[in-house]
Ligand binder design. Structure first.
Ligand SMILES: Nc1ncnc2c1ncn2[C@@H]1O[C@H](COP(=O)(O)OP(=O)(O)O)[C@@H](O)[C@H]1O
Ligand SMILES: [Mg+2]
Length: 403
């Protein structure tokens, strides 16, 4: 303890200078993926299409449905958030709207999804021992008693369908059937899988309608530049990031699949580089994709892996979409989660380690030992410097879905 205190005192000034210099950064918040900009870049047509699927929504007995598909970082989540907020604002005074956004990757079972909906309505948690049908009806009563309309977004819905089939979706689509009064709920389902529709039974397909699918195309460089610019302007001091820097970010992000997340991540890291050096300006050299992502591994290299090697890699990819590295301990937990989602029994620890070694020998991952005396035994830190984790991850997910 006393040693810690000493260390703190010694390095205090230094330490605070580094994180608090703020020569570039004013607020971190707009650099987070969850920040919802007031205007989306380059999605006017898509918003218009979505609006046309919600034709008539101002009428009290009307319910709408939409399915949105697209790659990671194509802006599916932010589009649905923006759209629902805009709809709620537009209908103010005419129709009350409640919004529930459930990420099925974080809440993959039907009962967890229902729990999320119920708690977002502030109606308390559904008690245990009720069937999903009963919980749905209690959600319905809640909405109707407030004369509201529920805009429900089921994000990453393929995870729910894969795990629990489409029973819940079927029930939600029929929430008003054989009941008095209609127009309780509108449903937007979001998935990376373009093939989502094929997973559904005919009864669901006919209720959704093929024309209600919106496919999000990847962004082009000029759009990615504007997405990065929007974040920069909201988070940094004026003139700290030049057009040249933004252009480089746009080009790199386009090359890695038109992923907006990549653009934001590159900007974030470039700002970090400048801050670390105590500079007032971000330079083109601060944009560093090659450090961790030169696409020297071909995505199809994963096709030859064994099933559980893929599951291990998928867990790692999911974390590395957002973070620089993942510890072997976390990778093992992520692997167990992936197994659960896919109804597979996880292999034991020894086999898990063997698979990590194999992935490393294939160049798919790189690992290093933890810096000494952290007392973590054989913990290793894993990165994927030779590939784009999001791309590898969705390739594996697509394949699992086709099983
Ligand atoms: N058109 C856009 N304009 C501004 N920001 C965007 C746009 N598209 C995506 N983003 C931002 O990029 C990040 C990734 O988008 P997200 O909606 O999470 O993608 P997806 O759900 O398709 O993986 C989010 O932080 C989001 O706010
Ligand atoms: Mg999303």
């Amino acid at each position: 303890m006393s040693k810690n205190v000493e260390m703190c005192n010694e390095s205090m000034a230094d330490y605070l200078d580094r994180i608090g210099a703020g020569k570039v950064l004013i607020s971190r918040e707009p650099l987070s993926y969850d920040w919802t900009p007031s205007e989306l870049v380059g999605r006017k047509d898509e918003l218009g299409e979505l609006a046309s699927m919600f034709f008539g929504i101002e009428n009290h007995n009307v319910s709408c449905r939409a399915v949105i598909t697209g790659n990671v970082g194509s802006g599916k989540t932010v589009l649905t958030r923006r759209f629902c907020m805009d709809v709620a604002a537009k209908l103010e005074g005419r129709r009350k709207v409640s919004i529930a956004h459930v990420n099925c990757r974080s809440h993959p079972s039907a009962s967890q999804v229902l729990q999320q909906i119920a708690s977002s309505l502030d109606s308390g948690h559904p008690e245990r021992g009720f069937s999903s049908g009963e919980v749905i009806q209690s959600i319905r009563r809640n909405i109707r008693s407030r004369e509201s309309h529920l805009l429900l977004i089921l994000d990453e819905v393929d995870v729910l369908v894969r795990r629990d089939n489409s029973d819940l979706i079927y029930k939600l689509l029929r929430i008003d059937e054989d009941k008095e009064g209609e127009g309780t709920l509108s449903l937007i389902m979001v998935s990376q899988e373009d093939s989502l529709f094929t997973l559904f039974e005919a009864a669901i397909k006919s209720r959704l309608g093929e024309s209600n699918i919106l496919r999000m195309r990847p962004y082009v460089a000029s759009e990615l530049v504007e997405i990065a610019r929007q974040r920069y302007e909201a988070s940094c001091r004026p003139n700290s990031v030049s057009d040249e820097v933004l252009r480089k970010i746009g080009i790199f992000a386009e090359e890695s699949g038109g992923d907006a997340r990549m653009a934001i991540e590159l900007l974030d890291r470039a700002i970090g580089e400048a801050e670390k050096d105590g500079r007032e300006k971000v330079t083109v050299d601060d944009v560093l994709p090659s450090k961790s992502r030169s696409a020297s591994v071909e995505p199809n290299q994963v096709d030859g892996l064994k099933l559980h090697q893929k599951l291990v890699l998928l867990g790692i990819c999911r974390r590395l979409k957002r973070e620089e590295e993942v510890s072997s301990g976390d990778a093992s937990k992520l692997y167990e989660l992936v197994c659960e989602e896919n109804n597979e029994t996880p292999k034991g620890y020894t086999t898990f380690w063997k698979y990590l070694k194999h992935l490393e020998s294939e160049g798919l991952i790189v690992s290093r030992a933890s810096s000494s005396n952290r007392g973590r035994g054989r913990t290793r830190y894993i990165t994927m410097p030779n590939s784009v984790p999001a791309v590898i991850g969705s390739r594996i997910e697509n394949e699992l879905l086709r099983r």
